[in-house]
Ligand binder design. Structure first.
Ligand code: PLP
Length: 375
């Protein structure tokens, strides 16, 4: 059996190697390493795929979030509501810009921000909500947009884990994850569902004015060459990454289908087991399974991880320490408040390998290993 990995990027690359190698060589020969044609082409193609007017590429997903907050003109002291149960980048950039991260709890079914908790956390200083579509499942965007409209708040979607997901609003309109709020942000980190071979990221918006502001902030605050109107950053997607992304974007729906097949096999295997809760999938959306995450009930989560490691099955804890318990935020926000759902799930979740290249014998080995621990 081929060794099992959380994400098998090498086998995925081997399947597209001829196209990738040729496209990369072409970039080397053109020497257009920065802002080459493929960067613009990829942005256009991703915009078409997502059904959004503007895709602005940048250097990584963390930058995308930072640029979004800068482009919206958020000011030191403004409060930004975000889930604590997420990758650190989401809240880190809030703090970096001297905004105040306001951590709220999540919905135990979806692992995404709890809309009722958002509404309770709103103060006169609240300016924005940053929902995170964790593990590939969208947040409750109907409720979040209703709250944002009611209180006049910006919504920045952290879509680093849910690119390609579809979500049907209660008015019947179906759109892609990341296109509901004022700005959507994503990451093309190699292990993401649409990943490049280095770092990359992008912002999406339908608003022309905001798109112009985002482009300016991402490019040293420049309005025309060597005229800098605002303090910005330098954040670019390079051409070598863009050619990889153009190839992989064509395959994204196929990649999502492959991930969903693995998830369906896990779901079927663990259905009815009293010791696990399998991932919830809201009926109005397509879960794209960036992660397949179980909640353990009455069994030792760390024990399972160690047991699986012995059987050469990697498993990860996303995330072992939630934002509101990270030292980096000491003095900036209420770090030791009790967020019951987040604090409980932090001790119960475990993510199994899921990717686009899983073999049936690997899947069988993972399932049998988990079952032999649980039964
Ligand atoms: C990966 C990720 C990011 C950051 O992306 P980078 O490209 O690594 O900077 C932000 N938020 C979430 C939820 C992520 O998973």
């Amino acid at each position: 059996m081929v060794p099992i990995q959380m994400v098998d990027l090498k086998r995925q690359y081997n399947k597209i190697k001829p196209q990738v190698d040729a496209a990369m060589l072409e970039v080397l020969e053109s020497a257009a390493f920065i802002n080459g044609g493929p960067v613009q082409q990829f942005s256009q193609e991703l915009g078409d795929y997502l059904g959004t007017r503007h895709v602005i590429p940048c250097a990584n997903g963390t930058d995308a979030l930072q640029i979004a907050m800068m482009a919206l003109g958020l000011q030191p002291g403004d409060e930004v509501i975000t889930p604590s149960f997420t990758f650190i980048a989401t809240a880190e950039v809030i703090a970096l810009l001297q905004l105040k991260p306001v951590f709220v709890d999540i919905d135990p079914k979806t692992y995404c921000i709890d809309p009722q908790a958002i509404e309770k956390a709103i103060t006169p200083k609240t300016k924005a909500i940053v929902p995170v579509h964790l593990y590939g499942h969208c947040s409750d965007m109907d409720s979040i947009m209703d709250i944002a409209n009611k209180y006049g708040l910006y919504v920045i979607e952290d879509n680093a884990q849910a690119i390609g997901s579809n979500y049907t609003l209660k008015n019947g309109v179906t759109k892609k994850a990341g296109t509901f709020g004022h700005i959507g942000c994503t990451s093309f980190f190699p292990s993401k569902n649409l990943g490049c071979y280095g770092d990359g990221g992008a912002l999406f918006t339908d608003n022309d004015e905001l798109a112009a502001k985002i482009r300016m902030v991402a490019n040293h605050g420049q309005s025309q060459r060597y005229y800098h109107d605002v303090v910005g950053v330098n954040s670019r997607l390079d051409t070598l990454q863009a050619v990889v992304l153009r190839i992989k974007l064509q395959l994204l729906d196929q990649y999502i289908a492959a991930r969903r097949e693995v998830a369906a096999a896990y779901d079927a295997a663990f259905a009815g087991n009293p010791h696990v809760i399998t991932p919830y999938q809201a009926p109005n959306q397509l879960h794209v399974f960036h992660q397949y995450t179980l909640q353990l009930e009455g069994k030792d989560r760390n024990g399972l991880q160690a047991f699986l490691a012995d059987k050469k099955v990697p498993a990860m804890i996303y995330y072992p320490v939630p934002g509101h318990r990270q030292k980096m935020f000491d003095g900036m926000t209420e770090t030791n408040q009790h967020l019951p759902v987040t604090d409980t799930l932090t001790t119960k979740v475990i993510s199994l390998p899921i990717h686009t290249e899983m073999d049936p014998d690997q899947l069988k080995h993972i399932i049998e290993s988990v079952q032999s621990f649980l039964n």
